[in-house]
Write a protein that binds this ligand. Structure first.
Ligand code: ADP
Ligand code: ADP
Ligand code: ZN
Length: 219
């Protein structure tokens, strides 16, 4: 099964993706994670990505499409795309990549969330730099306070540099202007099913809805 996970920043894409990939045997590819890894490598490309990311602006399509096509081509079998595509041009490029691989998309799952909740979720987001586990200071706290409970409290949780209120508002406006049209692009397609899940529920309730939606798609 090949699925695109969409939704505004903070909707819960990463949280849900990491809970679902094992159950459904999919590889989780997050464009944001791929870009942050490139940035951490200290390459020229990474520096270029960082210029856009710290401002909360979208990275230009040519760069995104090339990097994501490479990552997707390396995946065999089920795929859960998170954060890509974010523009109609990226969606068109993805169609081509998947067509060449004879591996079309099955569905697009959109997680919805209110603007005000988004700011609270993003500013409270923390993650473990060692194992990648995600937390929220209020909504999904670590049992070990500011330290990762999956790593026995030995690793201090960190905050992303772009998870600040000003940057979140910029990312949200980029989502509305450039990414929401991608949902309509898929709604118009005959081959792809678009499913909406209410992201304002508890993380467990969202997972339950997502599992039900994906099971239905799997048939
Ligand atoms: P995205 O990948 O869509 O940007 P994340 O999965 O990283 O979003 O979630 C953003 C923040 O909100 C994280 O700190 C996460 O722990 C928290 N979170 C995720 N889902 C929920 C939820 N259903 N209710 C409350 N907080 C949530
Ligand atoms: P979130 O899910 O919390 O919105 P991501 O980790 O997906 O954040 O993305 C972080 C940043 O990386 C974005 O603000 C943008 O600068 C860049 N980015 C990620 N994916 C894309 C994409 N498909 N197209 C353009 N820019 C992207
Ligand atoms: Zn950890």
């Amino acid at each position: 099964m090949r699925v695109v996970l969409m939704g505004p920043p903070g909707a819960g894409k990463g949280t849900q993706a990491s809970r679902l990939v094992e159950t459904f045997g999919m590889t989780h590819l997050s464009s944001g994670d791929i870009f942050r890894a490139e940035k951490a490598s200290g390459s020229d490309l990474g520096q270029k990505l960082a210029d856009y990311m710290t401002r909360g602006e979208l990275v230009p399509d040519e760069i995104v499409v090339e990097m994501m096509a490479k990552a997707i081509t390396n995946v065999d079998g089920g795929l859960l795309l998170d954060g890509f595509p974010r523009t109609v041009a990226q969606a068109e490029a993805l169609d081509k990549t998947l067509e060449q691989a004879d591996a079309p998309l099955d569905a697009v799952v959109v997680i919805t969330a209110d603007d005000e909740a988004i700011v609270d979720r993003i500013t409270g987001r923390r993650s473990c730099p060692k194992c990648g586990k995600g937390f929220h200071v209020k909504f999904m706290p670590s049992e070990k306070g500011g330290y990762c409970d999956a790593c026995d409290g030995e690793i201090e949780l960190t905050q992303r540099g772009d998870d600040k209120e000003e940057t979140v508002r910029q990312r949200l406006s980029a989502y509305k202007a450039q990414t929401e049209p991608v949902i309509d692009y898929y709604r118009k397609s005959d081959d792809v099913e678009v499913v909406e899940v209410d992201g304002m529920q508890s993380p467990e309730a969202v997972t339950k809805d997502m599992v039900a939606a994906l099971e239905k798609l799997q048939g």
